[in-house]
Design a protein around this ligand. Structure first.
Ligand code: NOJ
Length: 552
């Protein structure tokens, strides 16, 4: 009896000890803020319905620049100007996706993604813009892409305008510097809604209007290549003013297209309208209040420049404060049109940099640590710097001022959550390209750095979601190595490499990793994937050639 009692006491004592140890560990972890990331991020760390995908854009992969009545685009012409693209590369062939789209959709399918983001070539479906007819071959091409995605259970996530448009619109009235471009864009968007909208649930009106304005009209390194000193040496342009005008036209074009969609298409087609902005994160260079203000100003002059108008109907107050009359104004009618004109926010996130004040400090460029013009209003009087006390902000990548800083994706999402609390966010681009001098083929194929990059960024994003951000998707840039604008083929972002002679697509380690990461599919995902319409011998879902079919 005595022995039994001692054994009972012994077990009771052990039990108490275990409980005490567990509670102590929990308390200790809570005290630390339990900042630990899960060792290995998993798909199941994301909410149901979260979309994982890959992104591309028409000009960067299609090639076939004059096939089937496509007209020349602004980029087709620009790349032919000497010195505009590294090595004189062109996208005449690019990845030849126009002829190999079926193979590419197979690859996309094999990855197990939920969605595929691609863009429509304006010059392919409307070779003369509003002035000419719709090109049936162009419509057929994108119908085939959409149908072949749907049949495999992959959601099309369509960017209407991703940098390229018919050259004729530039020749006639100067592209985005002219308000005429707004109507031309609305006609383009309407054509997309009419022919593809029955099967597309996610639309992005424009890609990175904020970055495009800078690269095309301030630095002059994208078409039409306009700029003025000290930003660059172009034959014409005004870097202090033209980016603001181009942006103004793009914002209004967006809002008009969204109005049209909401009034004439949304009730039948049920899609969401969004926009993709370049989303660089800025951290203050020092604890100095001036640098903290500089970081806030930089965010306002970049991200909020593209989003405040579409959410609140006007430019960020920070921009109004520092710009003079060169910042265009919206009429009250336009403000109404712009206000709440996006259903979701698409973020293209690649870089995090430090911000240094240039209002009270001297930011005149005297060496390579600053960029020309940072002490001017168009740059928000902010200098962007990539190291602090000689320590780089992260490991380098192949892109200018772009380092690996996984916390940046959470920081930019948190910023968007705070500034636009009611808007869901999709990360519609995030990707890694190695410094190009590390271009040994084997290293490039066995791309452990890219794998680590995505794991770390996805883990940081998962943390943002746990902290309450409404993020609904993550798209890797990009499916396969592509024409990287003025860098030509030097920068390689692909999960697949591209043999430039045979154009064979070769999976990198990162493609295999993404496939494994996505393989852990839930039952729910499988159910939604089975609701796919049947396809006929022409590779089309019956009755969709004229855009009239209902999606299953
Ligand atoms: C963003 C752009 O949308 C895309 O076209 C480009 O290739 C990537 N950034 C990488 O630079």
């Amino acid at each position: 009896m005595k022995i039994t009692a001692s054994i009972t006491y012994y077990y009771f004592f052990c039990f108490l000890l275990v409980i005490l140890l567990i509670s102590a560990k929990a308390i200790a972890e809570e005290g630390n803020g339990n900042a630990e990331q899960p060792a290995e991020v998993k798909k199941s760390d994301f909410p149901d319905g979260f979309l994982f995908g890959v992104s591309t854009s028409s000009y960067q992969i299609e090639g076939a620049i004059l096939d089937d009545d496509k007209s020349l685009s602004n980029w087709d012409v620009f790349v032919r100007k000497r010195g505009s693209v590294n090595n004189g590369d062109t996208a005449d062939i690019a990845a030849d996706h126009y002829h190999r789209y079926l193979e590419d959709i197979e690859i996309i399918h094999s990855l197990g993604v939920d969605a595929y983001r691609f863009s429509i070539s304006w010059a392919r479906i409307l070779p003369r813009g509003k002035l000419g007819d719709v090109n049936p071959a162009g419509i057929m091409f994108y119908n085939k892409i959409i149908d072949n995605l749907l049949i495999r259970g992959i959601k099309p996530f369509v960017t209407i305008h991703h940098y390229d448009f018919p050259q004729e619109l530039l020749d006639r009235y100067g592209g985005w510097l002219s308000p005429f471009m707004q109507d031309d864009y609305v006609h383009f968007a309407e054509t997309c809604f009419k022919y593809f909208g029955d099967r597309v649930r996610y639309w992005i009106t424009m890609n990175e209007a904020n970055l495009l304005s800078e690269l095309a009209y301030e630095k002059g390194i994208y078409p039409p290549g306009r700029c003025s000193p000290p930003f660059g040496n172009c034959s014409a342009g005004n870097s202090d003013i033209e980016p603001l005008i181009a942006m103004h036209n793009m914002l209004l074009a967006h809002s008009k297209a969204v109005k049209l969609y909401r009034e004439q298409f949304q009730h039948k087609q049920g899609g969401m309208m969004g926009v993709a902005v370049s989303a660089m994160m800025y951290e203050p260079l020092s604890d100095d209040e001036l640098d903290k203000e500089a970081a806030n100003r930089a965010l306002a002059f970049s991200l909020a420049w593209g989003l405040d108008p579409l959410v609140y109907g006007d430019y960020p107050p920070e921009m109004r404060r520092y710009h003079g009359k060169e910042l265009p104004t919206f009429t009250s009618e336009e403000k109404q049109l712009l206000s709440n004109s996006t259903d979701f926010i698409g973020l293209n996130h690649y870089a995090t940099v430090y911000a240094k004040d240039c209002i009270y400090s001297n930011c005149m460029c005297s060496n390579t640590t600053c960029l020309p013009g940072e002490n001017r209003a168009i740059k928000g009087f902010v200098s962007t710097i990539t190291e602090r006390d000689g320590v780089p902000i992260g490991e380098p990548t192949g892109m200018f001022q772009t380092f690996i800083v996984p916390r940046g994706i959470k920081e930019i999402v948190d910023y968007a959550k705070k500034r636009y609390p009611d808007k869901p966010v999709f990360i519609v681009e995030n990707g890694y390209c190695p410094p190009w001098e590390h271009g040994e083929v084997d290293d490039l194929q066995h791309d452990t750095k890219r794998v680590e990059y995505h794991k770390a960024y996805i883990a940081s994003l998962a943390q943002a979601i746990r902290d309450g951000a409404d993020v609904r998707g993550y798209f890797i840039w990009t499916l396969m190595d592509a024409f990287e604008w003025s860098s030509g083929y030097d920068l390689k972002f692909g999960l697949y490499s591209l043999d430039r002679v045979t154009l064979n697509r070769i999976p990198r380690l990162s493609a295999k990793w993404y496939r494994d990461f996505l393989r852990k599919t839930s039952l729910k995902d499988l159910e939604s994937r089975s609701a796919i319409p049947a396809i006929n011998q022409d590779g089309l879902v019956p009755n969709v050639k004229d855009g009239s079919a209902e999606m299953a």
